[in-house]
Ligand binder design. Structure first.
Ligand code: NAI
Ligand code: MG
Length: 489
């Protein structure tokens, strides 16, 4: 297997092996798999295909580093300092990391460079600052006792991430784990392993000790399942499909791992007649089409109050038809290809279902070009609640417009889904905004905005959109155990 390949676009890939205990090692099986550029359908490079044997080595390294290494016991402020250094290295490498991300994932370079990378760096810095601010309480219990709690790291964290925001997911997962003093076995998505491997290189360069971060690229049912089942791993943090989370829940039962899940959604984005329609149209457009529609929180059900339906749709359609789809490295591109053929095929099949179920395809509805996984930005109007495009997560650039006349009925419909990740409401009436925010069953509610993310604000799902929260203090606590210590005085 080649370990150094000069790839086009000035991206040099120097490591494609597993990263275990600070060393780059091929998969024990010797197997590799291709990671593909979704804009060209061509192989970028072969990457080590880790499986249970490699996960075992990584778990042992992470366990040893947790139990006997310096990471957990070093001064917390020094742990934070190493995290700041990692963030600084990312900033120095921001252009090359963004190019690598775009090459592997297909998202426009402008997005990688100006959205994903800055958010990832910010997330690491946010949690770096937390490293020396993790503490328990003293508790006034009955009797002559001193009682206090300690917040200790949970141990070895198994982290399984998807392909839609590869480097940002690395930061969301590593940030709280490292700050808390945990060690890590990460399995990146098979579609997009390259920026995660590069991050491991940077972590080693800045001096994060060997064994603290381990990366095993590979597939879900082999490498991923081995992480989930490994007895030396204490916790699983997973982002992906709810069906995969169900498998992980079953596979982790024997070892009773702590689980945090960030899963999918079918998020309602509600536009009342009194809303600023230009802002709402832009919010609906960005809320769905961002990242080729491959967002867990995509506003894929747009509910618009009937009296403004036509005016709203005209604005939304104009924005959508102006969207530039094409070469993700071109300066004016706003939408690149979908990540792979499986996702492309899934999206195209939903577009066909939408048409055959009787929704009106207002724009798009077809492939763009004949090479690369490009899908035209698509709007369906006259969508009914029971159509599959209104119930299923499509994870592509397909927006459904539904209308409502009665607020109570709309809230019932907005909640009529097993998902509960995000929601948004557009109105000038503060009472309506707060009433909706209180009654919609979702982990995040945006009012007169969409996709506003911040490392300090918890994110996660109600219902089948997840367990627990990432980001913020809640995201950090998910990497800790609370210990109660009671002392007789
Ligand atoms: P997935 O849930 O299968 O993959 C996510 C990660 O889980 C990958 O690293 C994968 O290798 C791993 N994985 C798969 N099976 C596993 C197993 N049995 N044990 C442990 N790890 C396993 O998602 P996939 O197949 O890439 O996409 C399918 C659909 O899931 C998408 O069309 C979309 O609807 C949804 N999805 C949602 C995401 C989100 O951000 N909530 C991200 C990615 C996908
Ligand atoms: Mg899958």
């Amino acid at each position: 297997m080649s370990t150094t390949a000069p790839v086009d676009l000035g991206v040099e890939i120097t490591e494609t092996n597993c990263f275990i205990n600070g060393k780059w090692v091929p998969a024990a099986s010797g197997k590799t798999f291709a990671t593909v550029n979704p804009a060209t359908e061509e192989e970028i490079i072969q990457v080590a295909e880790g499986d249970a044997a490699d996960v075992d080595a990584a778990a042992k390294a992470a366990r040893e580093a947790f139990d006997n290494g310096p990471w957990r016991t070093m001064d917390a402020r020094d742990r934070g300092r190493l995290m700041y250094l990692l963030a600084d290295r990312m900033e120095q490498e921001i252009d090359s990391l963004a190019r690598l991300e775009t090459l592997d994932n297909g998202k426009p370079f402008n997005d990688s460079r100006n959205v994903d990378l800055p958010l990832a760096i910010d997330c690491l810095r946010y949690y770096a600052g937390y490293a020396d601010k993790i503490h328990g309480n003293t508790i006034p219990i009955r009797g002559n006792h001193l009682c206090y709690t300690r917040r200790e790291p949970i141990g070895v964290a198994g982290q399984i991430i998807p392909w839609n925001f590869p480097i940002l997911m690395v930061a969301w997962k590593w940030g709280p784990a490292l700050a808390a003093g945990c060690t890590i076995v990460m399995k990146p998505a098979e579609q997009t392993p390259l920026t995660c491997l590069r991050m491991a290189q940077l972590a080693k360069e800045v001096g994060i000790p060997d064994g603290v971060i381990n990366v095993v690229p590979g597939f879900g049912p082999t490498a991923g399942a081995a992480v989930v089942k490994h007895p030396l791993i204490d916790k699983i943090a997973f982002t992906g499909e709810h069906r995969t989370a169900q498998v992980i829940t079953r596979d982790s039962a024997d070892t009773l791992k702590r689980l945090t899940f960030e899963l999918g959604g079918k998020s309602p984005n509600v536009i009342f007649a009194d809303a600023d329609l230009d802002a709402a149209a832009m919010g609906a457009y960005v809320g769905l089409f961002l990242n080729q529609g491959q967002c867990c929180c995509a506003g894929s059900r747009v509910f618009v109050e009937k009296s403004q339906h036509d005016a709203f749709l005209e604005k939304l359609q104009k924005l959508t038809e102006s969207r530039k789809v094409g070469d993700p490295f071109a300066a004016d591109t706003e939408q690149g290809p979908q990540v792979d053929k499986a996702q492309f095929d899934k999206i195209m099949s939903y577009i066909e279902k939408g048409k055959s179920e009787g929704a009106a395809c207002v724009t798009g509805g077809e492939r763009v070009g004949d090479k690369g996984y490009f899908v035209a930005p698509t709007i369906f109007d006259d969508v009914r609640d029971d159509m599959s495009i209104a119930t299923d997560e499509i994870f592509g650039p397909v927006l459904s417009v539904l209308t409502f006349e009665d607020k109570e009925d709309m809230i019932r419909r907005a909640n009529d889904t097993f998902y509960g990740l995000a929601a948004a409401v557009w109105t000038r009436d503060v009472s309506i905004a707060h009433d909706f925010a209180a009654r919609v069953r979702a982990g995040t509610v945006w009012v007169n905005c969409y996709d506003v993310f911040d490392a300090a604000a918890p994110f996660g799902g109600f219902k089948m959109s997840g367990y627990g929260r990432e980001l913020g203090e809640e995201g950090l606590k998910a990497y800790t155990e609370s210990k109660t210590v009671t002392l007789a005085l």
